[in-house]
Design a protein around this ligand. Structure first.
Ligand code: BGC
Length: 465
């Protein structure tokens, strides 16, 4: 009956959306944990009376944990499956949040942040992978961008909650409230289906078919997708072995690493971690101004992510990315020039902030979500776990390098030069995008895989033929 077909199609759509939303909740926790430390650190430093070196450790212990978590979850998500990995991530989130809120000395806090990092690493690896395997290809890009949206909402929520708790100076509450979304994630993940691609890779075609039937509009569509998955599973190699033996796979791994290095070296996290400091450099010396400025940065980051969600499956990945790098280069470049000339008048101060926000828009509409989208799309199924492990670990290692070098760059190169370096890098990334990055809009993962494995140039692996 047509009515029934329509109803079941609608309910399948709702189901897909629900599943994707839940997986994207992992992104929220990722964001909360990135954002929370900026506001909490000054109070922690006062309470524990720590040196600046210890502070650096408190910040970067999470990124260190995240790199390890990402590496471990490659193994875990292929052995136990994406769903159980997400569950393990959620449990670590709960433990890490509770321990960091109750730490009685800096060492305990560092250990707690490593545990949180493990959770973030698992989430940042497993959630986009799971989403790319669950979402229908027409909306795959938007669904993974939804994950990025949740990251940005998490960062904003952390900035806001830091601001709220800052009146009492209670950093334990800042870190402790994160337990609540962590528990929600744990409950939600319980209801997620297993990834059909993972089920098929384990030889469990019947369950894979059942999941696809619940998620796709028609049973023909579900069947076609399962056939494609079956086809791509015929190549019997995996992970490290494939990396050693297959140069086409090595190219995909290289591309994933390059994409994540590009994302981090845009300089985005310099602003995420040091926004108040940058406001100070631009002449806003009042702490309240700096705090609210930081909240505005978080808000613009969220709002501009919607641009990406709208564009990624319409414009495609490559033009959006190119435009984003251009906007980021302009933002950083002009900011550098203003710092060079000196920011004196209030007009100049606000213009500098506008440039900073323009940079945020450039990142959020492009590299923020798109790098995750591309990294989850370019790996062939047999090596997907390995490939995404490597690229996600790269994200965190590069993140750590950027975070740990900014203050040193400011003091050794000077303010203007530091921003110019990032502007130059963004221009370089435009060239790299044109030269090496493929367009993968609307192409099935299996088709991308066929192109890659047949030796097509990297920038052409998304070609229809
Ligand atoms: C990046 C993070 C960054 C965040 C900002 C993510 O895509 O991987 O490093 O902090 O975007 O919104």
């Amino acid at each position: 009956m047509p009515g029934n077909t329509h109803n079941s199609r609608t309910s399948n759509k709702m189901m897909t959306f629900f599943v994707c939303f839940l997986a994207a909740l992992a992104g929220l926790l990722f964001g909360l944990d990135i954002g929370v430390i900026a506001g909490a650190l000054p109070f922690i430093a006062k309470d524990f009376n720590v040196t600046s070196h210890q502070q650096e450790w408190i910040v970067s212990s999470m990124m260190f944990g995240a790199a390890i978590g990402a590496i471990g979850s490659g193994w875990m998500s292929s052995r136990l499956g994406r769903k159980k990995s997400l569950m393990a991530g959620a449990i670590l989130f709960v433990i890490g949040s509770l321990l960091s809120a109750t730490a009685s000395n800096p060492e305990m806090l560092i250990v707690a942040r490593v545990i949180l990092g493990l959770a973030v690493g698992v989430a940042s690896y497993t959630a986009p992978l799971y989403l790319s395997e669950i979402a229908p290809e027409k909306i795959r890009g938007s669904m993974i961008s939804l994950y990025q949206l949740m990251i940005t909402i998490g960062i904003l929520a952390a900035y806001l909650s830091d601001t709220a708790f800052s009146f009492t100076g209670n950093w334990r509450w800042m870190l402790g409230v994160i337990t609540i979304p962590a528990i929600l994630l744990l409950i939600g993940v319980f209801f997620l289906p297993n990834s059909p691609r993972w089920l098929a890779a384990k030889g469990n075609f019947r369950d894979a078919q059942r999941v696809l039937d619940r998620l796709r509009d028609t049973s023909e569509q579900a069947k076609r997708e399962l056939d494609e998955i079956r086809e791509s599973l015929k190549i019997k190699q995996s992970g490290w072995g494939l990396f050693q033996s297959n140069s086409n796979f090595r190219r995909a791994v290289f591309l994933g690493v390059l994409l994540q290095v590009m994302q981090q070296f845009t300089g985005m996290n310099v602003i995420m971690y040091y926004a108040p400091k940058i406001f100070e450099i631009a002449g806003f010396t009042n702490t309240t101004e700096q705090m609210w400025g930081t909240v505005i940065v978080g808000l613009v980051n969220v709002l501009a992510t919607f641009i990406a969600i709208g564009l990624v499956d319409r414009w495609g990945r490559k033009p959006t990315l190119t435009l984003g790098f251009l906007v980021m280069a302009a933002g950083m470049g002009i900011l550098g020039t203003m710092l060079h000339m000196g920011i004196q008048s209030p007009g100049a101060q606000y213009f500098a902030i506008a440039m900073l926000l323009m940079f945020i828009v450039g990142f959020a509409m492009s590299a923020g979500p798109l790098i995750w989208v591309l990294c989850s799309e370019i790996q062939p199924l047999k090596g997907r776990d390995f490939g995404i492990t490597v690229s996600t670990a790269t994200n965190w290692i590069a993140n750590m390098i950027v975070g740990a070098t900014f203050l040193t760059m400011l003091s050794s190169l000077g303010n203007a030069n530091t921003f110019w370096v990032y502007a130059g890098l963004n221009i370089f990334f435009i060239l790299l995008t044109l030269w090496l990055i493929p367009e993968t809009k609307g192409i099935s993962l299996e088709h991308i895989e066929r192109n890659l494995m047949s030796g097509k140039a990297l920038r052409n692996i998304g070609a229809r033929d």
